[in-house]
Design a protein around this ligand. Sequence first.
Ligand code: CP3
Length: 339
Amino acid sequence: MNDRFLRACRREPVDMTPVWFMRQAGRYMASYRAIRDHHTLLDICRNPELAAQVTLQPVNEIEVDAAILFSDLLLPLEPMGIPFDFVKGEGPVIDPPVRTVERIDGLRRFEPRESLAHVLDTIRLLRTQLDVPLIGFAGAPFTLASYAIEGGPSSNYARTKALMYGEPEAWHRLADTFATIVADYLTAQIEAGAQAVQVFDSWVGALSARDYREFVLPHTQKIFATVAPLGIPTLHFGTGTTTILAEMREAGGDVIGLDWRIPLDDGWAQVGDDRAVQGNLDPTLLLGPVERMLRGAHDVLQRAGGRPGHIFNLGHGILPSTDLEHVRTLAHFVHHQTA
Ligand code: CP3
């Protein structure tokens, strides 16, 4: 069993810097596209054999030190009473979006062991097949609420912020509902065998530190406070978070994700050396000349300086137009730079 990733989460010494990639399973891989030709994204997520097969693709094709469950952030919305679908070329469409206090108050808590049993079955199946740790995940309240309220991706989160500022009590009820559900869902994933869990707050960088503290921190903190006693490493990720790293740290996570906007050592100084960090190469560098990509990776590793508690990753997910060969080269480079 390769436990470098788990050791780094706990800031223990490792033989090589562990590496995995957000969105390591996906359209940039021919093996993934071959399955997607015959199944929708949601079909794959809801079928444990297919979801496990897709999870294993990057583990078999790239030198990664962890697997991430193949699933989607939005799966908990449906059993709460928020229907959605993935529309080709548009991404997720949530219809009807959550735009009224009545709708917020009508959202349901649900039992993830029933409504999302297929996800837990995927985890159990994967644990019999993997020789690297399996990362489970869920969305954080802000990012989930932003999809529910905006109805899909957004550039300014205007409706989400309008709810926060205009109906703060309703916002807090909504965020607390998400926090309760996510804490429960992650607990179920850990019971099923997830060996670490990552909370994705991908879009929370849209908030100021003050708004983060008022509208987000208590809710995200509730998730980490519930999961921490279960004893497995927790990771907390967002993008555009350069000005809120101290607040994210306070909310929780043994490992704090850094995006590419901040040099890794500056980010780590803000996070504090009692936490591990994950990151933070710009995913766009994987599209360009390999030389430049490797220079970027070298810089990240230099800034980490061989200190225990660095997990190499990108600042955000692998882009669909990425060449698999570049990803393979990068993972190999990370391992052997630091051997
Ligand atoms: O390999 C992995 O990282 C695991 C799988 C994974 C998926 N979604 C599969 C997926 C993970 C961890 C997610 C999380 C997720 N889903 C996030 C947070 C991560 C992040 O990027 O910040 C978000 C915001 C979502 C919601 C979501 N799902 C969007 C916005 C989209 C459309 C974007 C796009 O690339 O088209 C998806 C679709 C999705 N989820 C794909 C994959 C592999 C696209 C693949 C497809 O259509 O086949």
